[in-house]
Design a protein around this ligand. Sequence first.
Ligand code: DX5
Ligand code: ZN
Length: 220
Amino acid sequence: MSAQPILVAPSLLACDFGHLAEEIKQVEEAGADWLHVDVMDGHFVPNLTIGPVIVEAIRRASRIPLDVHLMLNHPEHYVKPFVDAGAHYLTVHVEAPGLRTEALVHKTLDDIRKAGARPGLSVRPRTTADALTPFLKAVDLMLVMTVEPGFGGQAFMPEVVPKVRQVRSSGFGGHLAVDGGINAQTGALCREAGANVLVAGTYVFRSTSYRDAIRSLRGS
Ligand code: DX5
Ligand code: ZN
C-alpha cells in the first residue's frame, strides 16, 4: 500500500474528441483528480495522437492537473512546448532513444523541473525496475505501463504487478502510477502493490457512470 492518496486520472485517449470540453467537464464533476494526456509520435509507438496545441485547449477547458505522458523518441526536444501548453506533470520514457544515457535522462528531468512542471519517468512492461533506480530522487512520478504503450483498450498484463511492488518497496515516496487495462479489479491489484495513481481510459469513458467508475477505481 502507499502513503500517498489514491488519485484517479482518466485517460482522454478514450474520450469523445468531438466533445472534448464537455467530456473534461463531466469527468471533473465525476471526481477525477488529474487528466491523463497521451502524446504519441508514430515512432516510439505505432500511433499518432496529440500535440501541444491540443494540450493547450485541454488546459483551457480544465481545472485539474494535466498529467502528460510523452511516448516520443525525442521527448528532450518537446519539454518547453508541453510545459508552456499547461502540463503539470510531464512524463518521459526511460527507453526513449533520445535519452540513451543516464546523464541525458537526468538532464531532461531537470529541464522539465526548470521549465515549471513536475518530472515523471515511465517504463514499458518489459523494462525492469532497475532502469528506474538511478532516478528515484529526481522524479515526482513513476509511471509503470501495464500494457505495451500505443493504444487504449488493451488487456492488463498481470506480470507487471511485482514491478509496481518493487518500485514502491525501493523507498520511492512520490506518485506511483499504473497505465493500461486498469479497471476496478486490476486497479485494486495495483493499489495493493503500492500504486497510488490509476490511469484509466476505456474503463472510465466507456462506462455508463463516470462517477461510479472513478469511485470504484479509488476503492471506495
Ligand atoms: C497507452 C496509453 C494509455 C491508454 C490507457 O499507450 O498510455 O494511457 O490511454 O487506455 P486503457 O485504460 O483503455 O487501457
Ligand atoms: Zn498513458
